[in-house]
Design a protein around this ligand. Structure first.
Ligand SMILES: CC(C)=CCC/C(C)=C/CC/C(C)=C/C=C/C(C)=C/C=C/C=C(C)/C=C/C=C(C)/C=C/C=C(C)/C=C/CC(C)(C)O
Ligand SMILES: C[S@@+](CC[C@H](N)C(=O)[O-])C[C@H]1O[C@@H](n2cnc3c(N)ncnc32)[C@H](O)[C@@H]1O
Length: 364
């Protein structure tokens, strides 16, 4: 047993002792820490309830209604299709979580977390689609024991287990990705603004929302997209409707050659969807399509990111398990995979919010 093991054993025995907990909660100098730790443990215990309160606020349209201005309970109840008691119970719960707040007797307004939620693109859509994730997580040990997949999320992300999506499935997941892409694109493009590049190929580019963000910042960069046929078709239709140039190719990165001619390729929220063998295949396929000196950027939430472990390791670790394919990887593993696929000078570039996306840049 190492010295660190002994220290950990002593620490855990002390913190786990009811007598010490009682003493620390009463002693004035330790009381604030004891209260904070107890609250943190309670939050861990009750997280699902908080999430479902947020879910009720999003799905009922409460937050959007409050964003339009403070309102009385009776009006809100009618808007939410709840009776007065139900509306009041939801409002009090939402206020405890700062999603709403009291604005006088019988009057309610939007709270600070509610305002941040409505302002962060795609978060409401994510909360709404979590119904699928939570259905899969009803028995988390069973999910872990069967190695993941086989449930509602795997059916949603058809390419994870069931093959290419039809038009309906492509529309559902691509819509969710579009709703949340603005915050990812902001992280990636603030860290790597694309200046100096001529032609960008976005592999797994969905319906082209990342490329639209690129077009807004660097309109001179030519845009190419590669995705499964039903998804690429959506991108083609959207760009045509907006009069924006796009060269969209429908295909399967594991079977079809990627279009050549790009001097930069982006992989945004794609690599972590795939197990190690297929992920390495994707990197090889990109390397084959690039001339020496061209650049690859990989943007996605990563594992073991300092301060973002809850997002990378806990949330995406379990999300991708439920989806049935892939895992969040630490930056150093992605860098090693890039080198294995023949890229050089792979390195990370810091982003402002690693919980949304970290970034790796490599050269062919
Ligand atoms: C004015 C006064 C009085 C005070 C001001 C005080 C002050 C400075 C306050 C700060 C306010 C502020 C700027 C708040 C900002 C809040 C932000 C930016 C919040 C952002 C939150 C983002 C969240 C919650 C993101 C959630 C993302 C999720 C759940 C993403 C899920 C993604 C999935 C499922 C992707 C799936 C793709 C796949 C399949 C894995 O490939
Ligand atoms: C999680 S989404 C990310 C979409 C987009 N890059 C974004 O960040 O919003 C993953 C994308 O990879 C695409 N994809 C999955 N398997 C693929 C394959 N074998 N060949 C090409 N594209 C694939 C999906 O259709 C989907 O659009």
């Amino acid at each position: 047993m190492t010295l660190a093991d002994r220290w950990r054993g002593w620490r855990n025995a002390l913190i786990g002792s009811p007598g010490f907990q009682r003493w620390a909660a009463r002693f004035p100098l330790t009381r604030p820490v004891a209260r904070r730790r107890a609250q943190a443990l309670f939050d861990l215990t009750a997280g699902f309830v908080y999430s479902q309160i947020a879910h009720a606020c999003v799905r009922s349209g409460l937050l959007e209604r409050l964003a339009a201005g403070p309102a009385e309970v009776g009006d809100l109840a009618a808007h939410l299709d709840l009776d007065r008691d139900g509306a009041l119970r939801l409002l009090r719960a939402a206020a405890a979580l700062k999603l709403a707040e009291s604005a006088g007797p019988d009057r309610w307004a939007l709270g600070v977390e509610g305002a941040a939620l409505l302002g962060a693109p795609g978060v409401a859509a994510m909360i709404d689609h979590h119904a699928l994730l939570y259905a899969d997580l009803a028995d988390p040990l069973a999910l872990l024991r069967r190695g993941g997949g086989g449930g509602a999320l795997a059916a949603y992300w058809t390419y994870a287990e069931g093959g290419p999506p039809d038009a309906k499935a492509a529309g559902a997941y691509s819509g969710l990705m579009t709703a949340s892409q603005a915050m990812v694109a902001a992280q990636v493009l603030d860290a790597y603004p694309m200046g100096g590049h001529r032609r960008l190929l976005d592999v797994g580019g969905g319906e082209g929302t990342f490329l639209r963000a690129v077009a807004a910042r660097a309109p001179d960069v030519e845009r190419m997209l590669f995705d499964l046929p039903a998804v690429a078709e959506r991108a083609r239709a959207r760009f045509a409707a907006e009069g924006l140039q796009l060269h969209a190719t429908g295909g399967d990165v594991f079977r079809d050659a990627l279009p050549g001619g790009a001097d930069i390729v982006s992989l945004i929220r794609v690599l972590h969807d795939h197990d190690d063998g297929p992920a390495l295949e994707i990197l090889h396929a990109i390397r084959r399509a690039l001339e020496p000196g061209a650049v690859l950027i990989i943007g996605e939430p990563m594992a073991q990111e300092h301060g973002a472990e809850r997002v990378g390791d806990a949330y995406f670790g379990i999300y991708l398990l439920a989806m049935g394919s892939g895992r969040p990887r630490p930056a150093r593993e992605i860098i090693a995979m890039c080198e294995q696929a023949g890229f050089v000078s792979a390195r990370r570039i810091p982003t402002a919010m690693p919980m949304i996306a970290s970034l790796i840049v490599a050269r062919a």
